[in-house]
Design a protein around this ligand. Structure first.
Ligand code: HPA
Length: 249
């Protein structure tokens, strides 16, 4: 396996990456959000890409998801962990939790969301279970190894952004079955599937979603939770790199 890590808000660089080398690449779909950084996390070779750019300048609806996924595939990546900051909707998804969602619902629109768009090309990929089963199992094992708690399962609802949701939208998402809300999980997961890369999401809850706390969603609260949540996400990723049986070449 060759692991790709897509970093989200609060994870623009992957500390602990050794022998790292940045490479500016291009794809038939344009430029990815940033140069790809290849290196070693523990014994594991990884390729890191911050989806909002290295200086966090690309908003969720403007990310070139196709270029990002295609660039990772081009560099030999077979498995992708997408790290994402999210809001918590259901009661167990409190700020600071790490979650490995097992389902998603896509509420986005107008994003370039497929590689299969040529006239006369009719391709339907199975997406019943959007997140890779083996990769999620490895991540659970990594969490145990790293001594960080992770919630196994949950439904990620992907909204368009960049604005946050209304309380009514969140109530609707909860009725739909969503546990978490974020802005970047799609089309990322579907594009990985189209390119036959196994994909899993490591969600870091950084706030209660709209209407789920007493007040409004505050950016200072998000920033505070983001820092400590991402520190635990990094720990889990290091645990992943030290798992026996995952490492190869
Ligand atoms: N909504 C959507 N995306 C998010 C949120 C939220 O509340 N928090 C972090 N990303």
């Amino acid at each position: 396996m060759r692991l790709g890590i897509i970093g989200g808000s609060g994870l623009a660089t992957l500390e602990g990456l050794t022998d790292s080398e940045a490479e500016t690449v291009t794809t038939p779909y344009g430029e990815p959000s940033a140069p790809l950084v290849s290196g070693r996390l523990g014994g594991l070779k990884v390729v890191f890409l911050p989806r909002h750019g290295k200086d966090h300048t690309v908003p969720p609806h403007k990310i070139n998801y196709r270029a990002n996924l295609y660039a990772l595939r081009q560099s030999g990546v077979t498995h992708v962990i997408g790290v994402a900051a999210v809001g918590g909707i259901t009661s167990r998804m409190a700020p600071q939790c790490l979650v490995l969602p097992d389902q998603l619902i896509d509420y986005t629109h107008g994003r370039a969301h497929t590689f299969f768009e040529r006239d006369g090309e009719v391709v339907h990929v199975d997406f019943s279970f959007p997140y890779g089963r083996r990769l999620r199992e490895w991540m659970k094992a990594a969490a145990v190894k790293a001594g960080v708690e992770v919630i196994d399962g949950g439904c990620y609802g992907c909204t368009q952004g960049p604005r946050l949701e209304t309380a009514a939208e969140i109530r609707r998402m909860e009725r739909d079955g969503c546990d978490l809300v974020g802005m970047t999980g799609m089309p990322e997961a579907a594009l990985a599937r189209e390119l036959e890369m196994e994909y899993a999401c490591l969600a870091v809850v950084v706030n209660w979603a709209a209407g789920k706390s007493d007040g409004i969603v505050s950016m200072s609260e998000i920033r505070a939770h983001l820092e400590s949540g991402m520190a635990r996400a990094r720990k889990l990723l290091k645990g992943f790199a030290s798992l026996d049986g995952v490492l190869s070449d």
